[in-house]
Design a binder for this molecule. Structure first.
Ligand code: 13P
Length: 342
């Protein structure tokens, strides 16, 4: 493990107020989003969609790294240039999702464990040789009446830590993503308690597996009430609950925290990231940035709809979202930006 290289990559991913673009939806997830808009669920359309994203002019002004899926990392533009090359030419660091999805956790109804450790060392080597510089693994923690269980939290934290150690051994920066999901009617306080327990367990396991915290990025959920909770707090309350939870649990050695969007609307995700930075940036030891998928892509996907004629308009919207999120990292986002076109 070359720790200096890992630190350089991790630092570059959170430098210059930029953030990450997650475009690593698995084929079933990407197809599900296409189906809602009547887009053909084919390899051809997935390729065209991802080409539209990565060829957006100006994307690298706000995006430091892009997370790809196994199918995407092997694809090329219509002109025959590999996606990895296109990203590299624009100064965007390529990353790869390496987990094999969440499956039902035996003995724990309603809970899931993320799989993919078998053969991971060999797969990481293949991606490294293709040009990937970092990787991502997502664990899912659901909140319910008696969930999450200790068994689910520990199993997922252990898998995340073993994945992270393998990444660093291979020379890839691990993005460690324990996602406490928003489904349910739980309160903000409940989400805060669960997220705190999850993060404490994840960092215990990262320590046990010898992961160098300086060479990783944490990708957590913001602390939010469940989607069907009747009480939805304001921006400052979310910002404070999120920052307090992270300050209690995430060591200062971690260079960056890149939030997932988790099903928030694009505008709300930007506004909340902005509030977090306005209130906490000067007091945080880590960069507080974004690694959004839906909150960057969805408005552009809604415009693209699988039609070449919509590429330019979709790219404009995609660029607009990335700019809003870069501004949010600086605490300079405002609703006016939503009305100004890119
Ligand atoms: P969302 O921003 O849509 O939650 O996706 C982030 C991600 O990478 C999920 O693994």
């Amino acid at each position: 493990m070359d720790i200096h290289k890992l630190i350089d990559t991790a630092s570059a991913l959170v430098a210059n107020d930029k953030g990450l673009l997650a475009m690593d939806e698995s084929n079933p997830t990407c197809n599900k989003r296409f189906a809602k808009l009547g887009i053909a669920e084919t390899e051809q359309q997935r390729r065209a969609y991802r080409e539209m994203i990565i060829t957006t002019p100006g994307l690298s002004d706000s995006i430091s790294g892009a997370i790809l899926y196994d199918e995407t990392i092997r694809q090329e533009t219509l002109a025959g240039e590999s996606f990895i090359r296109v990203l590299g030419d624009h100064g965007i660091i390529p990353g790869i999702k390496v987990d094999a999805h969440a499956k039902a956790l035996a003995g724990h109804p309603g809970e899931e464990i993320t799989e993919g450790l078998d053969g991971l060392r060999e797969r990481l080597l293949e991606y490294l040789n293709m040009g990937a510089k970092f990787a991502k693994w997502r664990a899912v923690i659901a909140i319910g009446d008696s969930l999450p269980s200790r068994g689910c939290i520990e199993a997922n934290a252990h898998a995340l830590a073993r994945y992270a150690a393998l990444c660093q051994e291979s020379g890839l920066v691990p993005i460690v993503e324990p996602e406490v999901i928003m489904d349910g009617s739980h309160s903000l306080e409940r989400c805060a308690r669960v997220t705190e327990e999850v993060l404490r367990t994840v960092f215990e396991q990262l320590y046990a597996q010898g992961v160098a915290l300086e060479g990783m990025i944490l990708k957590p959920n913001m602390v939010l009430p469940g989607l069907s909770c009747p009480e939805q707090p304001g921006l400052d309350e979310v910002a404070d609950a999120t920052a307090n939870c992270l300050l209690r649990t995430v060591p200062a050695a971690v260079p960056g925290i890149a939030f997932l969007s988790g099903g928030q609307s694009a505008e709300l995700a930007s506004a909340r990231l902005n509030a977090i930075n306005i209130r906490w940036k000067s007091r945080s030891p880590w960069a507080l940035t974004f690694s959004f998928a839906r909150a960057i892509q969805q408005p552009a996907l809604d415009i693209w709809r699988g039609d070449d004629a919509n590429v330019k308009a979709a790219q404009k919207t995609l660029l607009q979202r990335t700019r809003c999120n870069r501004a949010a990292r600086r605490g300079e986002y405002n609703a006016e930006m939503e009305r100004t076109s890119a």
